[in-house]
Structure formats: C-alpha cells, structure tokens
Ligand binder design. Structure first.
Ligand code: UDP
Length: 402
C-alpha cells in the first residue's frame, strides 16, 4: 500500500517558484523525492505550477503573492478561498491518507476544523513561532493534527499548546546538495552576498553599513516587498511605502546602496543565483530575528560558500563555527568575520551539505513523520517489510499475502 498525500503549497506562488519562494522551493524539493519513495502526491497550489505530481488542484490561476502585502480586510479571503478548495479536494478523494500543509495560520486552523473524519494532517511551521500567539497559545488539533518545525531552535520558541502537537523538526534541504561534494569550486570573487527578502529581520541595513566600514563589496539579492526589480520599485508611487519592507528599504537600506560598494540586484533566480552565490567569498546573514529554517543558508553551503552570520535561530544547527562558517552573537563582530571567511574551505561546506541537506535526507525524514502522524491518529503503521510482501504478492498475481 502506498501513501497518498495532499501537499498544500498554498496560493501565493507557483511551484517551483521562478525566483524568490521559500516554502514553494521546499515543496518543489520534497515532492519529487517522495514520489521516488512511492508516495502519491496531490499538489494543491496555483494554476501555473509545473511541478509533476499525480494530480494538481488549485483555486487561483496564478500566485497571489502581491495580495499578501495588502491590508488584512483585502487579503484574508485569498488564503481562505484556497483552503476551501483543499477541503473539497480532500472530501472528494477518499484515497488521501494524509494532508501535508504549508499555509501559515489559516492552514492550521482549517485542518483542525475539518473534524474527526478527515485524514490525519501534518502542518509544517516555516515561520517565527512568536507570531500568532492567539492561535498557537490555545491550539487544539486533537490526535489528528500535528505540526513540525524546520529547526529545533524554532520549536523551542513555540507556546506549550503548539509544542504538545509537535512531532519534531526537519531541516530544510536543497537539490544543490546532491553531489555537492564532487563539484569543483569555481574561482571565488571578492564579493559577499546577502540572499533573501529585504526585510528588517534579515538585517540588510547592518550588512550594508559593515560593507562600507570594512571595505568589502556587497550584493543584496532578493525582493523588496512585492518588487522584484529595482526599476519596478523606482517606478512605484508613494502608496508602496505602506508596505513595511518597502519603508525599511527606503529609510534604512537605500541610503547605503551606492551601486558600487553596495548594490541591489533585485531577485535573482536559477543559474544566475547559483553563480552569484558560488563565486561569493561569503554569504552574510546579519540577522535580527530568530531565523527559523534558513533555506538560503543550506544553499550557500551546497555551493561551497561559507556562511557568516549572527548566531540566531537555526544558524548554530546548520553551520559549524570555524568549519562551514563563522558565527557570532555580537553583531559588531560580523565585519571582521567576513574578512576572515576566506580562510574556510569551500570543499568542507560542500561535503557537509552533501551529507546533511539533500532532498533525499529531508524526504526520508518526512516519510517517517507521515507514518508517525498516522500512528498517533490511531491508524496502524505500514511496515516496510509488509509493503515488500504486498508488492511481491501483487507481482505474482496472488492474494496469498492477505
Ligand atoms: N531567493 C532567490 N532569489 C533571490 C532571493 C532569494 O532565489 O533573489 C530564494 C533563496 O535562494 C531561498 C529562498 O528564496 O531558496 C528564501 O528562503 P529562506 O528560507 O532563506 O528565507 P525566507 O524568505 O523564507 O525567510
């Protein structure tokens, strides 16, 4: 018997995403490996997603990312419309054994409200768990709804009621880790990269000030609110400043961006992103928040680029100080650590990534959690030995395994 999982990637971006897209990248990395392990996947996403799955379902034709930046009364219906479709899709498909959901807040609430006859569900927490105290502080998903984190540090911050539903954490993975230990290191440039959304928690303003003070070239890659290209942000009217990340950019980051020592290149995707990261001297994460999962961290390591970061959130779990990166809890030390990053070996970063952060490692762990979640919901575990007997019986055309 193979598992059928409804994988809910949400309504925000297509899977795989064209450029920026943390959660969508995780889903795009996980699903092919699960299918290789024999899991059947119904992907709930948006209409222009191209990720192969047994079936794809959607409400919106394209990603609703831009709506995310609008006020609550304009945006709240988007996630709910998507989740209504997910509930219908599950009800119409009795073969769904488990729902794996990735939609912030609304996903968890809807799963819990689905009632006892719905399949067991695993909700992956991709964000800072200090958010949504009203929901997390009193959450009750019974035996049927479980959560997992993307790092131990993240789960440690969860309110007790949420932690009571946790089945542990799964570190993020990247396809770039596959065979990373066998890749050669490209010639390194002098530049340092900050890869990620431009937002106060990621600390681009601090990175930019350090670049000027310590004299290293810094490239900022990532969107500012809904704007992926500098020309689009430049053309935006004043209303765009309602967005806190746009305000952060104008007030705290842009004054340090001179187009020479510090440059913003917008969102970079695909080969261009990999090249930018692989040739960087270091990937800098001057964090001002507890980074929950850090996809860009594992991507940097897989591309042989040491990580220089504030030792917050998941960073100490993903990066070994002195081997694959340099960590400090004093942000004023980051500039000196950037200058020292050239002493670290690219090959060591790639080796660690190949051992720890491959999609296969992540998928094996999720499969284990799916069985655990089903077991906790009172559904007997399917033992691998038994699966083999069933397969053998099917291939012999006999029902003797029953
Ligand atoms: N990303 C990208 N291009 C950019 C900026 C970011 O492809 O210009 C990707 C990055 O490589 C990573 C994801 O977006 O895969 C960001 O995920 P992460 O967990 O690092 O941060 P989040 O934004 O989810 O907090």
């Amino acid at each position: 018997m193979s598992l059928t999982v409804l994988m809910n990637a949400g309504p925000w971006l297509e899977v795989p995403p064209a450029g920026y897209g943390g959660i969508e990248n995780v889903v795009a990395t996980l699903v092919p490996e699960l299918r290789r392990l024999g899991v059947r996947v119904v992907l709930a996403s948006v209409g222009n997603s191209t990720l192969p799955a047994e079936e794809r379902v959607h409400t919106f034709g394209t990603g609703q990312f831009a709506a995310l930046q609008r006020p609550y009364n304009q945006v709240c219906g988007v996630a709910q419309a998507h989740l209504n479709m997910v509930v219908r899709a599950v009800r119409e498909r009795p073969e769904v054994d488990l729902i794996h959901d990735h939609v912030e807040a609304v996903g968890l609430g809807t799963l819990a409200a689905m009632g006892a006859d719905a399949p067991p569900a695993l909700h992956t927490l991709h964000w800072d768990l200090a958010k949504h105290p009203a929901l997390y502080g009193a959450f009750d998903g019974g035996d049927r709804v479980r959560v997992n984190g993307v790092s131990a540090a993240q789960l440690a911050r969860a309110p007790e009621a949420l932690r009571a539903h946790s089945v542990g954490h799964v570190h993020l993975a990247t396809p770039l880790a596959v065979g990373a230990n066998r890749r050669r290191t490209p010639d390194k440039g002098e530049h340092v990269v900050i890869l990620g959304r431009i937002t106060p928690g990621k600390g681009q303003d601090l990175g930019a000030r350090l670049a000027h003070r310590y004299g290293f070239p810094l490239i900022l890659a990532g969107p500012v609110g809904p704007f992926h290209r500098p020309q689009d942000l430049a053309a935006a009217d004043d209303g765009a400043r309602q967005n806190p990340d746009v305000r952060y950019w104008h007030e705290q980051v842009a004054p340090h961006v001179d187009g020479d020592r510090v440059r913003w290149v917008g969102t970079v995707g695909g080969r261009a992103r990999d090249e930018l990261l692989a040739t960087a001297k270091a990937a800098l994460f001057p964090l001002r928040w507890e980074e929950p999962g850090g996809t860009a961290v594992v991507e940097s390591l897989a591309l042989g680029t040491p990580v220089v970061a504030t030792a917050r959130g998941c960073l100490p779990e993903l990066v070994t100080h002195g081997q694959t990166g340099l960590l400090t809890s004093a942000e004023e030390e980051l500039g000196e650590l950037v200058l020292a990053a050239g002493l670290l070996e690219a090959g060591r970063c790639r080796e660690v990534a190949a051992a720890r952060f491959t999609p296969a490692v992540m998928a094996a762990r999720y499969l284990e959690l799916y069985h655990r979640v089903r077991g906790l919901a009172g559904i007997p575990l399917v033992r691998p030995g038994r699966q083999r007997v069933d397969r053998l019986a099917a291939s012999l055309g006999s029902d003797s395994a029953g």
